[in-house]
Structure formats: C-alpha cells, structure tokens
Design a protein around this ligand. Structure first.
Ligand code: NOJ
Length: 737
C-alpha cells in the first residue's frame, strides 16, 4: 500500500475487502445499484424529497445540497434508518476554497509551491467538512494548453510535471489531516482524460489526442494522483479518438485499473452516461448504461440511467451480478478508505477559525502574483514619493469578481478588494482617487474615460485594474478572442497619453493576449483571480511589503491566433529561429512565394510567446552561475546530480523559483524541445548565494516510446538550470546504451 490515504487508515487491506464482501452479501440488487446512484437535489424540501430513497438504499451519494442541516439530516437517515447504515458520499465542487477562497488553481500554480497548494486545500477541506461535505470534485489536473478554454482557470497550466506535483499536493491537502479525518474531503482526479485538449478551446468539444501525447502529456498527472492516493476519479465529457471517455475501456480498464491498480470509485461527469447517446455512440440509455458499466464507471452522476436500466440489464443477462458487485464494491471501498464508515458522519466538526484561513489564502495570493513587466524598476511604489494615487478600473473594487470561477459557497463578505486594501494601507499618507471608468470588464461605454483621465492627470502614479470578470472563464465560458474584453485596451491607450506612470494589474481566469498594449504599461502584475485576500496581497506587492515571486504556469500568447502555444512543443523539421522569421510588413510587394528556407512561424506573430512558461520578474535580480554535473555519462538506472549557484544580485531579499529542464535529443519518437523536471523555491538575502541541487534518475527521463513501453532511451540529453523555460545554464550528459 503506497498511497497516503491507504497508509493513514487503521484497518488492514484484508479487513476492508472482508467488510465489502459482507456488505455486498447482505445487499439487494436495488441497494447495490443504489450505491452507484449520485443525485442532486436542491430547494427547501430536499430532506422530504430524498428521505424515502435514502432510507430504501436507492441513493449512494448526493451533490449540491446546500443546507448544512439538510445534509446532516440526510446523512443521519442513511446511517441510522437504512438497512445497512452506509453513509452517503456528499459531493460538492470545492475547487479553490469553500467560504474562504484561495487564488484560482491556475494562480496557485504560479507559486510553484506545493506547500501553498496543500495548505489552501486543507483550509477548504476544513471549512467544507464542517458543513457535512465529504467529497470534492477536485483537483482538476487536465493539461491546459489553450487559453481560449475557460477551464484553464481551474487547471495548474500547461505542464505535466508541475500539474502532477501540485495535483498531489492538493490531494494531500484535501485528504490528510492530523485528527481522525473528520475534517477531510475525499478528492477526485478529473477529468479522465484529455478534456483539456477540447478542440479550439471550446468546452465539451471533441478531442483528438494521439496515444503518444495522451501517454506522455495528458495521463502523467493522473498517474501521479493515483500514486498520491486520490479517492476517486471523474471521467471526462469528451470524445477522445472516437470514444467518449465515459465509455472508454482503454482509459478506465486498461490504464486506470489494470496498469495503475486503482480500486476506488470512478464517477461519470454530469449526465455523461446519458450523453453517450447524444455523442452518437449508442441509441438509448440502456446501451449507455451497458457501455459505461462495462468500461468501469462506478457512479452515475445524475443521469439516473444506472438506476433505471441496470436491473433490466442484469435480468436479461447482459450484465452479471459479479460486475455489479465490482462497481458497488469500488464505491464501498471508497467510503471505507475515506473513513466514512468509522466515524460519526452525522455530526461534522466545527467551522475552523476564519483568521487562520484568511492568512493561508493571503499567503497563496502573494505567491501567485506574477510580475511581467517593470520598466525602470517603477515598482515597488514608494509611499513617501507619492501624494496622489489614481486607482482606475472595473476590477479594483469587486469583492465577487476577484474570487473567480467555481465559488458556489464563497463568502464575498470575506473579500478584501485591492481598493480597500490600498486605502487602508495608505491611510493619511497618500490620497487615493478611485474611478471605475467602465461598468464591467466587457463594457463598451467610454463615458467614464474622462473622469479616469482627470484622475490620472492629477496623480503621481496610476494603478489600473483590468482583466476579466469571473464569469468570463470557467466551465462553458470559453472565448475565441482572448484579448482584454470590451474597450479596456482603449482605456490603457488613453491613459498612456497622460504620461503618468501606468501600472497594470490584471485579474483574469486565463492568460490574456496583450501583445498590442503591453508596451503601454510601465509595470504589469498578473494577479489571476486572487481570491478573498487578493486585495492585501496586491497592495503589499505594489508598495514593496511583499516581493513578487510567481512564475507563469502557462505560456502567454502575443495574440489569440497563436494558441495553442506552449514551451514543451516538438522541434519540427523546420524549427524557427529569430533569423528565419519574416514579418508580414517586411515582405516586398509582388514577392514570389517560396518555401525554401522557411520555418515554423506566423507572419504576424513569429513563433515565440509574449511571456514564456516559467517567466516572472522580482524586485531584485538573480544571477545563475557555476553549473556542474557530476557525470557526463550514466548507465541505465543511474542518476546525475545537476547543481548551480544562484545569487541575489539586487538589493532586496527575494525568492527565486529555480527550474530544471531537459531535452532528450533523439528518441524513438520525437521529444519535446524542453521538459520541466524539477523546481525549487529559494529565498535569498541581497548578496547571498545558494547552491541549488537536482538529482535526475534515468527513470525521470523515461517516456512512452515507439514500442509503447515506458522507458528511458540511451543517448544525449541537454539539461538547463534556468529562471524560465527560455535560456539558462546548459550542460549535456548521456545515458549509455
Ligand atoms: C460538470 C463539471 O465538468 C465537473 O467538473 C463538475 O465537478 C461537475 N459538473 C459537478 O458539478
């Protein structure tokens, strides 16, 4: 048993299996199918509505019941009034907080700090479990390389290694506690698999992910989640290579059960079993039930297909009782290993102290901020040199919008906005003039521009809060044009004409394409949707009480048409270089077309992102030196230690995220031009130097090659220790054949 959850349980593996068997032996067919039935119920009569079915064992789990007393009443009925007293799984999308909201997962990823991610999940688990919730549909560990896709906000970005590390941390935060587990949530690794590859970044769309890419890019975070002991998996909505994931034998049987040995419950996504018919995979819910059950989906989220049709499939011999026992057994195992059968689930713990939660999410918000631009070191601002500060923009004072997507239970009263944080910080020292300028991020009414210009004209510096409201990202909220919505770019251009120092703070659920306006900002902080304490984190950073340390977990395109653009791309046969790029404006009129010497770039955007993965500035500077590698040739099974010195070469203390990348120069399949293999957060005082060390085992270099096997291949590897996915100190080593 290598999973955290399994290790933390006090019962032995055999005990668990014996308990499952004993329960199944006593259960009727209806009760077994009931364990597979996840229902949603809302409204004032939820207890009366659900009680009869729960009492009869026809429901195994519920989601989205919002009232604490109702949840506890239903759990009481399940435990005390149903024949077997099996507790309910009580599900909820607790994605980045419950009442207290942490930055979006994409923002948390910018911290490159698993401890921060774990702590935020712990806070969320404590708050949600106090309401009787015991199951969250998180982490979302889909690789997201297309910022048009609204759900990139919920992801940890484009990189499999980073996503795997942070997904693991989130799972541990949800599932592990120091007491008897009453304040934990069973986590759910979703959406298995390939959902992030939805074509054109349009949610629910078809995905076409070749096996090589599925194995090497999309699946590794899920394998890491399995290794971390995640309690459940959720299938993806999407059709992947012609088979919707909810009916995929390959994903659910071959990979998840046979290769990875997962024994917990797999839940479909919302109504996804019925949607197999909509996909055109089968004609009706009977067939959909058959396909999903056969592939190994244990829990039917709200389509009711299992409940309605499984008994008839069993009666006519198309599905065996043994299969039903397997599915129901997986649900029971999840409940047992999740501790639900061994503690009093009818009286949840008290709500945890609010201040401690706010402190944790504030720390996360601070570490999530990415400084993208800082001309002439205009930041941090110095209150002693400023008399008037103009605070402008539709997102400066929006307690709800700063929370981001998926905040069903978020308490906006806990939000401290940037405007209120700046006012209380600068109280008496600096006059703060606030002009909203635009009603929302999408407004096209320029009526507020004059006031904004006047305020800017009278100020010593302008801080402009732009971006996207939270409704513009998240599930089903995709955009084809990912520039700043509405007329925000115009506002930037107009304010630029004042000549006043212009500092942009972008609150958004995705990378926005800002190539056309970036030059207008003297400084730019990317704040994502930073959560309840985003305001103080931003104010502290603007005025230097906090030094930015975040790095981008996803590449930022110059313009929308560049996407998908990500650092771990393939080399191609004609890789672009700065020398080969031609700009559309430089093509002479009447030029003849030729492809000779041409490479992989866009005529209007080149081939590089505006800001690369891993990039982020600080108020200090870091110097990398003395790269060393202890072996230049290692046998299969061996390892190298790569070391570099990092010096704080500026005059402030700061934290650098030191990154380790490799490139496998030649493979039986083509390999990415770079792959992240390690990162470390290093805090350095001015002038201080630290040696940063990474060990790379040949297993860390393994991939699914041409023969379908997971193995490292002999040959040469580049290795870089660097401040982003571009440049860095470089060395070469080989695995001998
Ligand atoms: C659909 C979403 O895709 C999934 O992520 C979520 O957990 C469920 N709805 C439940 O709300």
């Amino acid at each position: 048993m290598n999973s955290a959850r399994e290790e933390s349980t006090i019962v032995s593996r055999q005990d668990v299996e014996d308990r499952i068997r004993a329960l199944l032996d006593g259960m009727s067919l209806e009760e077994k199918v009931g364990q597979l039935n996840l229902v949603q119920c809302t409204g004032p009569h939820v207890v009366e509505d659900l009680a009869p079915d729960i009492r009869a064992g026809r429901i195994g789990s519920i989601l989205n019941v919002e009232d604490r007393d109702a949840i506890n009443a239903l759990q009481y009925i399940a435990v005390n009034e149903s024949r077997h007293g099996i507790p309910l799984l009580i599900g909820r999308d607790v994605i980045h907080g419950y009442h207290t909201i942490a930055p979006l997962p994409l923002g948390q990823a910018a911290s490159f700090n698993p401890a921060v991610v774990r702590d935020c999940a712990r806070v969320a688990a404590q708050e949600a479990s106090a309401f009787g919730i015991n199951w969250t549909f998180a982490p979302m560990i889909d690789i997201a390389r297309d910022p048009r896709w609204g759900r990139i906000a919920e992801s940890f970005g484009e990189d499999p290694f980073l996503t795997g590390q942070l997904g693991t941390a989130m799972i541990h935060g949800f599932q592990i506690s120091e007491d008897n587990g009453a304040d934990t949530l069973i986590a759910c690794a979703k959406h298995f698999a390939g959902y992030g590859a939805s074509e054109a970044g349009r949610d629910y769309n078809t995905t076409n992910v070749p096996l090589n890419e599925l194995r090497n890019v999309y699946l590794p975070p899920f394998q890491a989640a399995r290794a971390a002991g995640v309690g459940t998996f959720m299938t993806s909505f999407s059709d992947i290579d012609g088979i919707p994931a909810t009916a995929s034998d390959f994903l659910l049987k071959t990979v998840l059960r046979e290769e990875w040995g997962f024994e917990g419950a797999v839940v479909s996504d919302w109504d996804a079993i019925h949607q197999l018919c909509v996909h055109g995979l089968c004609e009706n819910d009977v067939e959909a039930t058959h396909l999903s059950a056969d592939a190994g989906v244990d829990i039917d989220m709200v389509s009711a297909a299992y409940q309605q049709h499984m008994p008839e499939l069993i009666a006519n011999g198309r599905m065996s009782i043994a299969r039903l026992d397997e599915l129901a057994g997986n649900v029971l195992r999840t409940k047992i290993l999740g501790g639900l059968m061994d503690r009093d689930v009818t009286s949840p713990p008290d709500e945890p102290p609010r201040m401690a939660a706010l402190t944790k999410v504030r720390e996360a918000a601070e570490q999530s901020l990415v400084l993208l631009r800082n001309e002439q070191n205009i930041l941090p601002l110095n209150a002693a040199h400023i008399e008037r500060l103009a605070v402008i923009g539709p997102l400066a004072d929006e307690p709800v919008e700063q929370l981001g997507t998926w905040i069903f239970d978020g308490d906006a009263a806990r939000s401290v906005t940037p405007l209120s944080a700046l006012k209380s910080m600068l109280d008496g020292d600096v006059a703060v003039d606030y002009v909203r300028a635009l009603e929302t991020s999408r407004s096209r009414d320029r009526g507020g521009f004059d006031d904004a210009l006047n305020a800017a004209g009278a100020a010593d510096a302008v801080v402009l809060f732009l971006g996207e409201e939270s409704i513009l990202s998240g599930e089903a909220h995709c955009r084809a044009d990912i520039t700043l919505p509405g007329v925000q770019a115009d506002l930037v251009r107009r304010l630029r004409t004042t000549g006043k120092p212009l500092i942009g703070v972008i609150l958004a659920g995705r990378p926005l394409a800002m190539g056309d306006i970036i030059e207008h900002f003297d400084a730019l902080i990317y704040a994502w949707h930073p959560g309840s304490m985003g305001g103080p984190a931003i104010a502290d950073t603007l005025f230097g009480r906090c030094v930015p340390s975040g790095k981008l977990p996803v590449s930022f395109p110059t313009m929308s048409g560049q996407v998908p653009i990500y650092y771990g791309h393939k080399q191609t046969g004609r890789p672009a270089t700065p020398e080969t790029v031609i700009h559309i404006d430089d093509i002479p009129a009447g030029a003849e077309q030729t492809s000779l010497g041409m490479t992989a770039f866009h005529l209007d955007a080149g081939y590089q992102p505006l800001f690369p993965f891993g990039f982020g500035l600080s108020y200090t500077t870091f110097h990398y030196s003395d790269l060393s590698i202890n072996h230049h040739d290692i046998p299969m099974g061996g390892s190298v230690v790569v070391e570099a010195s990092v010096t704080n070469s500026g005059d402030r203390s700061g934290t650098e995220i030191v990154q380790l990348y490799i490139r496998d120069r030649f493979g039986s399949l083509t390999r990415p031009v770079r792959e992240l293999k390690g990162f470390k957060r290093v805090h350095l005082e001015p002038g201080e130097t630290r040696k940063v060390s990474f060990r790379l085992h040949t297993d860390d270099l393994a991939f699914y090659g041409r023969n379908g096997q997971f193995a490292a291949e002999p040959g040469a590897f580049d290795v870089w220790v660097s401040a982003s996915s571009v440049g860095g100190l470089h060395a070469v080593f080989s695995i001998s054949g």
